[in-house]
Write a protein that binds this ligand. Structure first.
Ligand code: ADP
Length: 258
């Protein structure tokens, strides 16, 4: 794989005590910087603006009001990018913030502009684009016209857009199981999925953590988009970002959608 999109979920980036997991971010910066230096094209899609914002503002629970969530996300996004910036600087990398919305699919001009920006950024030697949804522009979580719903689908759209060889989705679980392991302890890891059939969809149940949003349902939607474009996706645990190297070495890790 020469062009890789990595999506890191809130459940990986935020600890249960609302604190950001700096170790994971530093390790992620290390692994991705090395890949970039070895000539690979790397895009990072990062969630957690709301989770980070909650920590900055000292909020215990996620706000209910959409406008409040947008405000918290705006606070968190600045903090998050500062942390990424520092982490990547350690390895001589700059980060580029790309905040995008569904407009890039609906409007050809927006689509072209984003494509061109990606092309330029990917051609730079020491720069890693970090993508997130522009939460202040997307009006409502329920409005699917403007909102991706979550970064899972956003990461698949980005992978489509840049024609990535692989989408790596890092979560707080080792892969896709026959049922939610939180509820069904003897659920089994499915190593390979070639088609998102009703049986698979039925196996995706419930949200994992108080910070994570999409759960497996949106990850399956992302996988569907990836398979539709004849691309590949690996879903695995992001607690140790070194796992990205194992995946790229061809080791069987997590769940491969192919
Ligand atoms: P992220 O923040 O990484 O996007 P989420 O919390 O949204 O993560 O989703 C991951 C969670 O999905 C897991 O922790 C798990 O509890 C839940 N889940 C539900 N169904 C399944 C399944 N079939 N296999 C694996 N995890 C599942």
């Amino acid at each position: 794989a020469n062009r890789i999109v990595v999506k890191v979920g809130t459940s990986t980036l935020i600890r249960q005590n609302s604190k950001i997991n700096l170790t994971v971010i530093k390790d992620l910066a290390h692994v991705l910087s090395n890949l970039k230096k070895s000539g690979k094209d790397v895009v990072l899609v990062s969630s957690s603006a709301i989770g980070v914002g909650m920590g900055v503002l000292g909020l215990e629970t996620r706000p209910v009001k959409i406008s409040r969530q947008q405000a918290v996300a705006a606070v968190g996004q600045a903090e998050l990018m500062q942390i990424y910036n520092e982490a990547f600087h350690e390895y001589g990398m700059s980060v580029a913030q790309m905040l995008i919305t569904r407009d890039i699919i609906d409007y050809p001009e927006s689509h072209t502009n984003v494509m061109n920006s990606f092309q330029e950024l990917l051609s730079m030697d020491n720069t890693i684009p970090i993508v997130n949804e522009n939460d202040t522009v997307t009006v409502s979580e329920l409005d699917h016209h403007t909102k991706f719903g979550d970064n899972d689908q956003l990461s698949a759209i980005v992978a489509n857009l840049v024609d990535a060889d692989l989408l790596i989705m890092l979560s707080d679980i080792d892969g896709f199981y026959s049922a939610n392991p939180l509820k069904v302890p003897d659920a089994e890891l499915i190593q390979r999925i070639e088609k998102i059939n009703p049986e698979i969809i039925a196996a995706a149940g419930g949200h994992g953590t108080k910070y994570g949003t999409g759960g497996m349902t949106t990850k399956l939607k992302a996988a569907e988009l990836i398979l539709k474009h004849n691309q590949q996706m690996v879903l695995t645990n992001g607690k140790d970002p070194e796992i990205i190297n194992n995946i790229l070495a061809g080791e069987p890790v997590g769940t491969l959608f192919t």
